[in-house]
Write a protein that binds this ligand. Structure first.
Ligand code: NAD
Length: 357
């Protein structure tokens, strides 16, 4: 039976990088006879402009019927003045929450060819391979009540709610322990349990779960320390599990350790391993339309899609290998450019990966 993949190009550089990833997907489809069927829909600013909503009903309906989704990125200053509920980023939060994509896997892998692109010394980052498992549909980004209210004295007050219940913690914990089991069996749970009650419960539940995974070495770390340790000694980490907001921040820090956010893929999974795959970066309005964006994070997101949702690990490995070959051959987009390498644009980089396949 055909596997349905929904493509959401999104905004700004989104369509540019997604076009390259689709070429790569079509190449492996042909090579490994995967029988993939593509469909397209709008999300973000593109959804708002074309259909009046950042997450149109038709997009959600198509998403529910697909085996996997590939997203470019959403957002940009074009939509700065629209009402909050119509903002492009709201479309992203809506699709994640409607599809219950609670488990966000964000690998931060240092390609040896790019060790000099990191802001840290090569000896701190060479061989780096961290997996951040971030809870994606709960915590303070979704907690109610929330808003901006006027107090009795007339001044305004902004407020949000940080909460996690036991089952929400348990399902992301399970994803993280299982990921650790197939890696180096080390899990670090990040919280702020010295201050926030919600994370006292987080720590208790994750600790209880450790009994089911005796081979995994579990430790806990406060988020402020984790931020410091990530830049001081990043190779101490294997799998990191944390809530939505801390994961948002730490995964961007981990991204920069690897040299460029343009290299990092991500997967957002539901309980049946259906999921949405997207680069970790945003829509980069500052470089949109110039065909200079790095498409590799999106191409590597296709590899994650093949591995986690489409049960095609061979094709996934082939894409990762092809990216490595292209880097070995010295091709670089501007964000990862170093002396002596050949500067290429978005399309040339995509073509090179297809050729290496
Ligand atoms: P960004 O990730 O878009 O850009 C940060 C910097 O990284 C910019 O200098 C940009 O040029 C560069 N960059 C990003 N991707 C790149 C690539 N593939 N190749 C080369 N350089 C790249 O973050 P931002 O500027 O804070 O946000 C821009 C817009 O994207 C905002 O509207 C934001 O809300 C949105 N955003 C969307 C997502 C998403 O769709 N998942 C994630 C983050 C931000």
């Amino acid at each position: 039976m055909a596997k349905k993949v929904l493509i959401l190009p999104g905004d700004n550089i989104g369509p540019e990088i997604v076009a390259e990833a689709v070429k790569v997907l079509q190449r492996v489809d042909q090579k490994y006879k995967l029988d993939i069927e593509l469909d397209y829909a709008h999300l973000g600013g593109a959804g708002l402009d074309a259909e009046g909503s950042p997450c149109p009903a038709q997009t959600l309906a198509k998403a529910r019927q697909s085996d996997a989704i590939l997203l470019g990125a959403v957002g940009g200053p074009q939509w700065d003045d629209v009402e909050r509920h119509l903002r492009p980023e709201k479309g992203l939060l809506t699709i994640r929450s409607e599809l219950d994509l609670f488990g966000n896997l964000r690998p931060a892998i240092m390609y040896p060819q790019l060790a000099h692109a990191s802001s840290l010394k090569p000896e701190f980052v060479s061989g780096l391979d961290i997996l951040i498992v971030r809870e994606l549909v709960g915590g303070i980004y979704f907690g109610e009540p929330r808003g901006i209210r006027t107090l009795e004295d007339g001044q305004r007050e902004g407020y949000n709610t940080y909460k996690y219940n036991e089952s929400e913690i348990r399902r992301i914990g399970k994803m993280a322990f299982e990921a650790a089991m197939v890696r180096n069996k080390r899990l670090c749970s990040v919280d702020k349990s010295n201050v926030l009650e919600a994370t006292v419960l987080w720590r208790e539940v994750i600790s209880d779960m450790a009994a089911d995974y005796p081979e995994v070495e579990l430790r806990h770390m406060y988020v402020d320390n984790a931020a410091m340790q990530l830049v001081m000694n990043p190779k101490q980490f294997d799998v990191v599990v944390t809530g939505n907001m801390f994961g948002d921040i730490l995964s961007d820090t981990a991204a920069m350790l690897t040299g460029s956010i343009g290299m990092l893929p991500s997967a957002s999974l539901d309980k049946n391993s259906g999921g949405m795959y997207e680069p970790c970066h945003g829509s980069a309005p500052d470089i949109a339309g110039q065909s200079i964006a790095n498409p590799l994070a999106t191409i590597l997101s296709v590899a994650m899609m093949l591995r986690y949702s489409l049960n095609a690990p061979e094709a996934a490995n082939a894409i990762e290998q092809a990216v490595s070959v292209v880097l070995d051959n010295g091709l670089r987009t501007a964000d990862i450019q170093t002396e002596g390498c050949k500067l290429v644009g978005t399309v040339e980089m995509g073509d090179a990966v297809v050729a290496a396949l």
